[in-house]
Ligand binder design. Structure first.
Ligand code: FPP
Length: 246
């Protein structure tokens, strides 16, 4: 199947978000350490980002490290952080060449200094790029994000900056880490698990969900095309009836 010919480039999802799952199981299947899965996961990240840039997908958000991932063995956490730093260093040129702008969401202050410095540098050095916005969710948890937003809004109410009756969805959006992103259109999760795992709970309210039984290191350009094709074959009603849409 040549998916390239089948997708409608005029009906692309504006914002694609991905839960990259299955690195550990992919490595285990091969009798290797989990870290081997993460290393190969980086290759899948590169393929996916470049494909989104080629398709001119406006926003791609990747769940790279959750708040819960801090509880993994120390060596695995250190390896993930090392991979992040190495990838940022290595890919800066490619990001610029492909006009990709990097951003990050999450408790970025909890990242190791080396990682947060590298991240800041690449964010700064790609800030003029106007193609795909690649957002890495790092030390990210949706409930933590919502809690932080509620605290910030409450403090503004207390200081008479906002009145409670003016708190609407736009105000809430503006206080989320993702304030610069539109709602997610297509959420993909690899590895065959059918869970959201505390990712963008507010932002996926009307997203189309796509679960694929492939471990993240095996996720290819063709799999992304299949996901987009599936998205394009769905009717997004946003609470309306089919008749109202046509
Ligand atoms: C899930 O697989 C994957 C992660 C927790 C991390 C994703 C990280 C990468 C792909 C590499 C680094 C990222 C960047 C952006 C350079 P898992 O370990 O939960 O797999 P399992 O469910 O099979 O154990």
């Amino acid at each position: 199947m040549n998916n390239n010919e089948e997708i409608d480039i005029n009906k692309l999802p504006k914002h694609v978000a991905i839960i990259m799952d299955g690195n550990g199981r992919w490595a285990k299947q091969r009798g290797k350490m989990r870290i081997f899965g993460h290393e190969n996961g980086v290759e899948a990240v590169r393929r996916t980002v470049e494909q989104c840039a080629r398709l001119q997908i406006q926003y791609l958000t990747l769940y790279a490290f959750s708040t819960e991932n801090w509880n993994r063995p120390k060596l695995e956490v250190e390896t993930l952080m090392r991979l992040l730093v190495a990838s940022l260093r290595k890919e800066l040129k490619t990001l610029n060449k492909n006009n990709i702008r990097l951003n990050a969401v999450g408790r970025l202050d909890s990242l190791p200094k080396k990682a947060s410095n590298e991240l800041k540098e690449v964010i700064e050095k790609t800030s003029e790029n106007a193609g795909t916005t690649l957002t890495l969710a790092l030390s990210y948890g949706s409930r933590e994000e919502i809690k932080t937003a509620v605290k910030a809004i409450s403090s503004k109410v207390k200081n008479n900056i906002i009145s409670p009756e003016n708190i609407d969805e736009d105000v809430i959006n503006a206080h989320l880490y993702t304030h610069f992103l539109p709602d997610v259109d297509l959420l993909i999760r690899t590895s065959g698990e059918h869970r959201i795992s505390n990712f963008l709970l507010w932002q996926i309210a009307y997203a189309e969900l796509y679960f694929i039984d492939v471990f993240w290191p095996d996720f290819s350009e063709q799999h992304l095309m299949q996901a987009i094709l599936s998205y394009q074959n769905r009717e997004r009603r946003f609470g309306k009836t089919s008749e109202q849409l046509s």
